[in-house]
Write a protein of this length. Structure first.
Length: 459
């Protein structure tokens, strides 16, 4: 029996537990809710939790542990000479067995021991699935029965349910935090491995990016992994994007919130937000096929050498993409400024433009800074537009008409190919990712500082 079907049965038993608990609470109170400690739905939720939580915990543990147990059983069933094979050849054998189990096509003759192992894996998996169904559904039934037996008018069902909800919220928060910690630790360990091969000063202060894929493994050359050209390309393109997005987005927000008619606002704001829903590959294709050649032709007409793939092209298109991040958030923040501040300014004789400049904008400044920094983070993490519109050349240049690249592009390129995972050409991607994470974290810390600094003046 599949885990999905078992989950559906557990959810049905949870619903049944809710109904049983509610009805039993009313029955024990003689139909008078005044004699109950909690409202009847809390008693139903109490029984539903007993029916669902233990069973779901067992189901999750079973789904996680079962593949490892089945894999161990299959490995132990293989002949001794097969288990003694090198890891790469043993992995190939296990892949062949897995293909047989899943009914996929295999290349060449399949050994008899592989067919036997595949049949054994199917048998063990089927037995484990039925055992899981029996145990999980049985545990759900026991929990439903136990919870229903505990129903009494004096049971503090509301306290138990709210405590369970609190622990559920704590668990969700812990999952989010542990996921972040896991990502950082995985990048940190591989980064330390990379720095055991390449000195950190060469990475952080190097001015040349030349990983030398062709030289890796031939003459022992590890290449040059200077971060500065990639970091400058990221900052350069993001700066151009913000020069496009911030003025347009902020002025659009001011117009929509302070000047536009309700009908105009109802049409224009959704149209602006559509830009955020367009896939980045579409923006990249537009930059590659339309905007890049346009800039090149216009530059040639005025005597400038403009590359079709340049920082200017990528920055402008990226700026258009992140306009909604600035305009929509800033518009909501400006609208949240209390009307009493505007009325007080008008009462002192200020005009509408003076009120916006001296009252509304300072009051909305923390939120506007947050929206701008959110847009900066979005620009720093963009990859597809840069690949298609700015190229992959790592250069230190102040010329916006030249090709540059970013950290995210090189992360993708370093993890694509046939190099060994333990080579510096691959491990450098983790160092780049950790650096990008640190930069984004510093931006968020700065945003919190700005918000806290100015929010105190307008509480």
């Amino acid at each position: 029996m599949s885990s999905t079907l078992v989950l559906a049965v557990v959810l049905l038993m949870m619903l049944a537990g809710f109904v049983v608990g509610r009805q039993r609470a009313l029955a024990t109170a003689g139909g008078h809710t005044r004699t109950l400690h909690s409202r009847p739905p809390y008693y139903g939720s109490y029984v539903a939790l007993w029916a669902a939580v233990p069973a779901l915990v067992l189901l999750v543990l079973w789904v996680v542990v079962e593949p490892m147990v089945v894999d161990m059983v299959v490995r132990n069933s293989l002949p001794d000479d097969v288990r003694a094979l090198p890891p790469d050849k043993l992995s190939l054998v296990l892949t062949t067995i897995d293909n047989l189990v899943r009914g996929r096509a295999t290349v060449g003759d399949v050994p008899a021991y592989a067919k036997e192992a595949a049949a054994r894996q199917q048998s063990v998996h089927a037995t484990a699935s039925w055992a899981m169904a029996v145990l999980v559904i049985g545990l759900a039934a026991i929990g439903l029965f136990f919870g229903a037996r505990r129903i009494a008018p004096t049971l503090r069902a509301r306290n138990h349910v709210e405590r369970a909800a609190t622990w559920g919220l704590v668990g969700c928060s812990a999952i989010a935090i542990l996921t972040t910690v896991g990502i950082v630790c995985s990048m940190l360990f591989e980064t330390l491995h990379f720095f055991s091969m390449v000195p950190p000063q060469d990475f952080f202060f190097g001015l040349v990016w030349d990983p030398r894929f062709s030289a890796a493994g031939r003459d022992g050359s590890a290449g040059q992994f200077g971060l500065i050209p990639l970091l400058w390309g990221t900052v350069f393109i993001s700066l151009i994007a913000m020069l496009v997005a911030v003025p347009i987005g902020l002025l659009s927000a001011i117009y929509l919130s302070e000047y536009a008619h309700k009908v105009v606002r109802a049409w224009v704001k959704p149209l602006l937000e559509i830009l955020a829903g367009i896939p980045t590959v579409v923006y990249g294709f537009f930059a590659l096929s339309t905007l890049g050649p346009l800039f090149r032709d216009v530059g040639a007409a005025v005597g400038l050498d403009v590359s079709a793939t340049s920082a200017l092209t990528a920055g402008v298109v990226m700026g258009v993409m992140i306009i909604p991040f600035v305009s929509s958030l800033s518009d909501d923040i400006i609208n949240a400024v209390p009307q009493s501040l505007r009325d007080g300014s008008y009462a002192l004789g200020a005009t509408q433009s003076e009120t916006i400049k001296r009252v509304v904008m300072p009051a909305a400044l923390p939120g506007i800074v947050g929206s701008v920094l959110l847009a900066v983070s979005r620009a720093i993490g963009e990859t597809m537009i840069v690949v298609m519109a700015a190229g992959i050349a790592a250069k230190l240049t102040l010329n916006p008409f030249d090709s540059v690249t970013t950290v995210t592009v090189k992360i993708v390129s370093q993890l694509t190919g046939d190099l060994e995972f333990n080579s510096p050409q691959t491990l450098v991607a983790f160092a780049l990712g950790l650096t990008l994470f640190a930069v984004t974290l510093l931006l968020n810390i700065y945003a919190l500082h700005i918000v806290r600094k100015y929010r105190e003046q307008y509480d």
